[in-house]
Write a protein that binds this ligand. Structure first.
Ligand code: UN1
Length: 508
C-alpha cells in the first residue's frame, strides 16, 4: 500500500489488501488505482462481479426488516454516531479524498464537513418525516397520509465528490428506513472503503448488521445490474448525462424510481452594475475550484458589453496568480484532473473551441515536468467565445471558462438557458429588478439560481439538482427525503355508516 495512505493514520483501519476479508472486496478483475496527484500507485482493488453483487443484495435484504423496524428517531441516533465518527476522522479522510481525487485539501475537508452536516440534518429529519392530514368529505372519517421506507436504495456516485454525494443520499435514505448499496466511481474506491469501514464500526457497536450499508466496487456492469434489479426500489445516480440516460431507461422499463443528478453547464451573468470585487473571486473559484470538475463548476460567463473587456483583464490577472500543483500543499489553488483521459478531453475541447471561432486568451496547456509527474495538471483556461459555438453547449469536466458578451438582460437569460443542461446559474447585479427578473419564471431555468454568489458550493440544507438533461432529481435538503419513501394515503371510517365518496349511492 502507498506510503501516503499508510501515513494518514485513519482511526478506522480500512484497507487490508485484496484478501477477501472485507465485504466490498470482490472476485472480479484486479485493478491498480493511481493518484492523480503524483501518479503513484495507491493500491490494488478487486472489482466485484455479479456474484458479489448478489451476495451483497442478500445481506441488504436481511438487514432491511431489522432496520425498518427501528423507530425513525432511533435510526437518527445511529446516523448521529456516524456524524460523530466522521468528526473524529475529518482530517484524515479529507486528506485521503484529496490524494485520491486530486482536489485541494481544503475542499477535501469541506467534503467531509458536508457529510457531517448532512448527518446532522438527517438526525433532525428523523423526527420530522411528516405526513399531511386532510379533511375527509365523508362524516366520521379521517384521512391522512404517511410515509414508509422503500427498501433497498442503490447509490451510484461520481469521482468528483467521492464521499459527500453518497452521504447526501445515504444519511437521508437511512433515517427514512432504507438500506443502501453504494457503487462509487471505480476511480476513487479507497475513499469509499474508508467511509464504509467508519460506518460499519458504528453499526457493529450498536449490534446492527453491516448490510444496512453495502459497498460494491466495480465498473459499469455493476451499475447496469443495479439499474435492472427489481430488488432496488430507488436508484440515485450522480454522473454524466450519458450514464443517467442509460440508468433512467433501464429503471423506467421496470417502473422503478430514480433520482438523477447529471451534467451541468453553469453560467454566471455579470450585469453592468455588478460589484466586480465580489464577482471576480466567485467566478475564479467557480471555474477553477476542484479543477473545474464539479457538476456546479462555472463554465460560461455572460458579461454585459460595458464590463466585458475590463472583467476579462481582471480575470487574466487573477488567473496569473493561481498556483497549480500538489493539492495537499495548502499554498496551491488548483490540483490535477482525475486522469489522463480527462486531460485528453481538456485538450480536445480547447482545440475544438478554437476551431469553432473561440479565442484562447489564457491557459490552454498541459503542465509537464517537476511537480506535474502524473501529467494530469492543466492550465486553467479562458476562451473568448460566441454563444452559438456548439462546444459551449457541452460539459467538459475541466477548468475551461467561455466568456461571451450581451447587450440586454433578456438576451443574457436566453444565452444562459439555451443549453441542454439546467443545474446551476447565477447573476451578479446590485439592481433589484434585474435580480428578481433572473429569479422569476421568465428567468433562469435551472434547479439552482443564485444572486451575487457563484454557481458552485451549494449548501446541504437546500434541495440539490437541476432540470432538463441534468435529470430532474433532487438530493440533500428541503423535502428531498420524500423521494426516499413511499407515500400512503389512509382513510379511516369511525362512523356508524358507510358513505361513499362523490355522494354515490349504492344501496343493497
Ligand atoms: C457535484 O459536483 O456532483 O454545490 C456536487 C457544490 C457541491 C456539490 C457538487 N456542494 O458545488
Amino acid at each position: 500500500m502507498n506510503e501516503v495512505i499508510k501515513d494518514l493514520g485513519l482511526k478506522t483501519p480500512f484497507y487490508s489488501g485484496s484478501s477477501g476479508q472485507k465485504n466490498w472486496l470482490g472476485n472480479g478483475v484486479k485493478t491498480n488505482i493511481k493518484s492523480p496527484v503524483d501518479g503513484q500507485l495507491i493500491g490494488e482493488v478487486t472489482f466485484a462481479d455479479n456474484k458479489d453483487y448478489e451476495r451483497l443484495m442478500a445481506e441488504a435484504q436481511i438487514a432491511f426488516p431489522i432496520w425498518k423496524a427501528m423507530p425513525a428517531p432511533h435510526r437518527g441516533e445511529i446516523v448521529r454516531q456516524f456524524g460523530d465518527a466522521l468528526r473524529q476522522e475529518k482530517e484524515n479522510l479529507g486528506k485521503l479524498v484529496s490524494y485520491e481525487m486530486g482536489k485541494s485539501l481544503q475542499e477535501g475537508y469541506g467534503e467531509v464537513q458536508e457529510m457531517i452536516d448532512i448527518c446532522d440534518f438527517a438526525v433532525g429529519l428523523s423526527r420530522q418525516l411528516y405526513g399531511l392530514q386532510m379533511h375527509s368529505e365523508r362524516p366520521g372519517h379521517r384521512m391522512f397520509e404517511q410515509w414508509h421506507p422503500l427498501g433497498v436504495v442503490g447509490i451510484i456516485s461520481a469521482f468528483n465528490f467521492p464521499v459527500a454525494v453518497w452521504a447526501w443520499n445515504a444519511a437521508i435514505a437511512w433515517v427514512c428506513g432504507n438500506v443502501c448499496i453504494w457503487k462509487p466511481s471505480e476511480k476513487t474506491p479507497f475513499s469509499s472503503m474508508a467511509c464504509q469501514e467508519i460506518f460499519k464500526k458504528v453499526l457493529l457497536a450498536n449490534n446492527l448488521p453491516e448490510g444496512i450499508s453495502n459497498l460494491i466496487i466495480g465498473d459499469s456492469t455493476i451499475g447496469k445490474s443495479m439499474a435492472a434489479d427489481q430488488n432496488i426500489a430507488l436508484v440515485s445516480a450522480t454522473g454524466s448525462t450519458k450514464m443517467g440516460k442509460s440508468v433512467a431507461e433501464t429503471v423506467g422499463r421496470r417502473l422503478g424510481k430514480s433520482i438523477l443528478e447529471l451534467g451541468g453547464n453553469n453560467a454566471i451573468i455579470v450585469a453592468e452594475d455588478a460589484d466586480l470585487n465580489h464577482a471576480v473571486p466567485a467566478i475564479v473559484f467557480g471555474a477553477v475550484g476542484t479543477a473545474g470538475q464539479r457538476c456546479t463548476s462555472t463554465r460560461r460567463l455572460i458579461v454585459h458589453e460595458s464590463q466585458y473587456e475590463s472583467l476579462l483583464e481582471k480575470l487574466k490577472q487573477a488567473y496569473g496568480q493561481l498556483r497549480i500543483g500538489d493539492p495537499l500543499d495548502q499554498k496551491n489553488h488548483v490540483g490535477p484532473l482525475i486522469d489522463t483521459m480527462a486531460v485528453e478531453a481538456y485538450k480536445n475541447t480547447v482545440k475544438t473551441a478554437q476551431e469553432q471561432g473561440g479565442e484562447l486568451v489564457y491557459g490552454g496547456q498541459v503542465l509537464k515536468g517537476d511537480g506535474y509527474i502524473s501529467v494530469c495538471y492543466v492550465m486553467p483556461t479562458i476562451i473568448k467565445a460566441n454563444a452559438n459555438m456548439p462546444i459551449m453547449k457541452q460539459e467538459t469536466f475541466a477548468p475551461i471558462l467561455y466568456v461571451t458578451s450581451y447587450k440586454d438582460l433578456n438576451e443574457a437569460i436566453n444565452i444562459q438557458n439555451n443549453v441542454p443542461q439546467g443545474l446551476s446559474s447565477s447573476i451578479f447585479t446590485l439592481n433589484m429588478r434585474k435580480a428578481e427578473t433572473f429569479l422569476s419564471n421568465s428567468g433562469s431555468d435551472c434547479g439552482i439560481a443564485n444572486v451575487n454568489i457563484g454557481t458552485s458550493g451549494a449548501e446541504i440544507g437546500g434541495a440539490f439538482g437541476g432540470e432538463k438533461e441534468t435529470g430532474g432529481g433532487r438530493e440533500s435538503g428541503s423535502d428531498s427525503w420524500k423521494a426516499y419513501m413511499r407515500r400512503q394515503t389512509c382513510t379511516v371510517n369511525y362512523s356508524t355508516d358507510l358513505p361513499l365518496a362523490q355522494g354515490i349511492k349504492f344501496d343493497l
